[in-house]
Design a binder for this molecule. Sequence first.
Ligand code: SAM
Ligand code: SF4
Length: 469
Amino acid sequence: MSEPAAELHPKKLFIKTYGCQMNVYDSDRMADALAPHGYEPTQVIEDADLVVLNTCHIRERAAEKVFSELGRLAEMRAEGRHFTIGVAGCVAQAEGEEIARRSKAVDLVFGPQSYHRLPDLLARVASGEKVVETEFPAEDKFEHLPSPPLEATRRRGLTAFLTVQEGCDKFCSFCVVPYTRGAETSRPLRQVLDEARALVAGGVRELTLLGQNVNAYHGADADGRTVGLGELCFRLAELPGLARIRYTTSHPSDMSDELIAAHRDLDKLMPYLHLPVQSGSDRILAAMNRRHTRADYLRLIERIRTARPDMALSGDFIVGFPGETEADFDETLSIVREVGYASAYTFKYSIRPGTPGAQMAVQVEEAVKVERLARLNELVMSQTRGFARDCVGRIFDVLIEKPGRMPGQIGGRSPYLQAVHMLGPESLIGTLQPVEITGVSTNSIEGKIVTHAGHKPASVNESTPVAAE
Ligand code: SAM
Ligand code: SF4
């Protein structure tokens, strides 16, 4: 019996992913969509028959990196290498034809809503067409994207992303997301639960639910009733074998009572919340169209911490938004001090064409942005170090994920996403272990597995594999 042509001549797919976790998830789904068409992933660009750049448009530098990478790919083609070049993601959505005009080497430009059509788009490229596909199609791409095959899930490891929501209706005045990812949509509950079950069957122990505005999730259940993120977490927590749930990124005004209750009641929902505030100044929050005040945010944090006292927070901050004065920036420093973050992402404001912020008259000078960013980073870094130091002596459940760098060592993640290293056998990989934190190094913490009687890892249920002592 003859083998299918694709198996005789597998084609190699190289995807370079820029930006957020949603792009990481999308890249895997593109690979899944192409697998039945004979494409195998490769990490070596020189081996590739198809190179896809999955791009990010959130800040100017992120977008510019794509054009320099396209220059490099064009040179490789000029040197005689043969491969197809595709540009996906938010730059593709925002710039469309402009990419094909600026870089003649590009064969295919396709936006995030077209990933399920990738095999058809490649067939058009093969017949000599230059394809630009940035429409928002009426059909649901998730209904058409194949589920990750069991083998691919196993290869990808114990933790997985699962996009439950896309797009945004908030229109913060600095942000391109509503334009590149479109209106807010949520995947139906059944679809999400099916995918979660398949991931768990493939060995996944920790799921991170993703959305540009994930806590705005409002998926329909089988009866057409709307289900929020809180209820979704309760439903996922029932899955035997799933040990941990996380979600990102959230907007403060979408933290519902039910979601806060989920944090109170579910051991599987990790006590680590990424809740960006962007600025501590009410004047700037209003200009950013964030729809909440500093006091609203602080009240919310208090409610969350009352429900879940061991909750740690991370956040996003933008410095140098148009019109930000020194007094506004001081308010940002003061909200960071008041909240106390375990970690934070800090950004200089970047003008995004087409957003209201780009039209604002009083742009802040680059040198001022640089100086404010440095001061904010110093404060945030001291909080991150302080948080890690405060972990010493505590006992956490650590999900053991891989062998460590040193012989006899294994590594995993704490509930707060810190990398933890400890001595232990590799047979513990895939289990949750109680680990006492004993020390802090630059990018990780160290601990030792505690085996005293009576400690039961908090978030393990009957079906989660727990190694024998
Ligand atoms: N939906 C989330 C929220 O409301 O906070 C944010 C998602 S956004 C994709 C990720 C982060 O990028 C934002 O929180 C913001 O701090 C940063 N960001 C977005 N646009 C930016 C811009 N024009 N300049 C600098 N940072 C920006
Ligand atoms: Fe962008 Fe988040 Fe604002 Fe939506 S809520 S516009 S994704 S920053």
